[in-house]
Ligand binder design. Structure first.
Ligand code: ARG
Length: 458
């Protein structure tokens, strides 16, 4: 088949080169953005009298019809037409004849692809933001039921101080809230319209770039034609945001995998979100959480891949940049696959509240509060730390918890200890005493939940 750019060639491309060069396999998913961009461009060409107005009208009508036909799967793309841009132009010209050949006036595939990918990613980020918000509302719902669910908080994966499960969930809410803001930040720099950059050096036609920007709903237009066609920093930035989203999900997944082990038994995944073993009949594996953790590596890989693709290419466009699409598309697809399944998985898991409480009680998570009790009775903190530590050691020897020591035995360590110690080191006092902003006390977590709901309803 004759190439759209075949004029200066004496020979056909090698069949292998056609396959090798072609990106239609993966860039066909931008058909809608390509057509919308072309409609705006054609309208502008007509308005500026760069092409006859009647041709502009024919092109717009033809492109609209083509969009419907593609959506109804009536169209077969041609690998010889290389990419989505040339496929659309070729299909349009087959449909409307001569006028179709005027569409590419004042435009290059270099600024066209820069436009399409921005539009595509802008659309996808709207969906991802919605999914993130939904996940955040799931976290809030579970948190609401667990403001009294005491569990051990950890540092170094060693029991540290008691918190509540709601407090733990709301920590993830904060992380996803920042992800949402990163996503909207990244959209600002993506929403810059590159058409008019041409191949690299702009164009001699009197294009109305502002008009095209407004037609397509962009915030700004690119200010340098070389930059407009040759950077993919917006895709890299998005891959970074997506990596952070995955990292947050993955950390939680790791916790859930640990917590569903027999040793922890803090949670149990619903049967619908677990799988069995082909050999070991007793097994119930948290595969969904593991797969999300695994897919995190895949998204990080795409970020590194994109950075590496871009690091050494001279300005302006180089064909290397066709390699931006598969990684960023797969990163987007992966996040869109993980977010909803993660939300459903946590919404359906069983929370073993008494095991969590037992876990908090069992690990001397109130040892700091014991020291604080002594401080409040006048002992210097460093000394109180030592007393509390020695009492913990006694309990370890006896296999009991701090509140199981008798008052007499406690007094062996310090005679300022009174009967009120038991209340001071109860799990509930330990949690509810931490009623500072951001703390795990029920009143504070309830406030955090209220703020979260306000945020989500906005
Ligand atoms: N398919 C190409 C890409 O994805 C479109 C731009 C091609 N431009 C060129 N001069 N070869 O990057």
């Amino acid at each position: 088949m004759a190439k759209l750019w075949g004029g200066r060639f004496q020979k056909n491309t090698d069949k292998k080169v056609d396959d090798f060069n072609s990106s239609i396999r993966f860039d066909k998913r931008m058909y809608k953005q390509d057509i919308e961009g072309s409609i705006a461009h054609a309208k502008m060409l007509g308005k500026q009298n760069i092409i006859p107005n009647e041709d502009s009208l024919k092109i717009v009508k033809g492109l609209k019809e083509l969009l419907v036909e593609i959506e109804e799967e009536k169209v077969v793309f041609d690998i010889d037409a290389e990419d989505i841009h040339m496929n659309v132009e070729k299909l349009l010209t087959e449909k409307i004849g001569e006028a179709g050949k005027r569409l590419h006036t004042g435009r290059s595939r270099n600024d066209q692809v820069a436009l399409d990918i921005r539009m595509y990613l802008l659309d996808e980020t709207v969906e991802i933001a919605e999914m993130l918000k939904h996940l955040m509302s799931v976290l809030v719902d579970i948190a609401k039921d667990n403001t009294k669910t005491i569990m051990p908080g950890y540092t170094h994966l060693q029991k540290a101080q008691p918190i509540t499960f709601a407090h733990h969930l709301m920590a993830y809410f904060e992380m996803f809230k920042r992800d949402l803001s990163r996503l909207s930040d990244c959209r600002k720099r993506m929403s810059v319209m590159p058409l008019g950059s041409g191949a690299l050096a702009g164009t001699t036609y009197p294009l109305d770039r502002e008009f095209v920007k407004n037609e397509l709903g962009f915030d700004e237009i690119t200010q340098n034609s070389l930059d407009g066609v040759s950077d993919r920093d917006f895709a890299i930035e998005l891959a970074n945001v997506l990596s952070i989203i995955m990292m947050h999900m993955s950390r939680f997944c790791e916790e859930l995998i640990l917590w569903s082990s027999h040793e922890f038994s803090f949670v149990e995944m619903d049967d619908a979100f677990s799988t069995g073993s082909s050999i070991m009949p007793q097994k119930k594996n948290p595969d969904v959480a593991e797969l999300i953790r695994g897919k995190t590596g895949r998204v990080y890989g795409h970020l590194m891949g994109l950075l590496t693709t871009m690091k050494g290419i001279p300005l302006a466009y180089n064909k290397d940049m066709q390699e931006d699409k598969e990684p960023i598309f797969d990163a987007v697809d992966t996040v869109k696959l993980c977010l909803p399944v993660f939300g459903d998985m946590i919404a359906t898991m069983k929370i073993n509240k008494d095991v969590m409480l037992k876990g908090a009680k069992g690990g001397f998570t109130n040892a700091t509060d014991l020291a604080d009790y002594l401080v409040k009775k006048g002992m210097p903190f460093r000394e109180a730390h030592g007393v509390s530590g020695r009492m913990v050691y006694r309990c370890i020897e006896k296999g009991i918890s701090l509140d199981e020591l008798s008052l007499e035995e406690m007094k062996e360590f310090s005679d300022i200890i009174e009967e009120d110690i038991y209340k001071a080191i109860s799990m509930k006092t330990c949690v509810d005493g931490r009623n500072i902003i951001g703390g795990p006390a029920e009143e504070m977590v309830l406030k955090a939940i209220k703020n979260a709901e306000k945020f989500l309803n906005n």
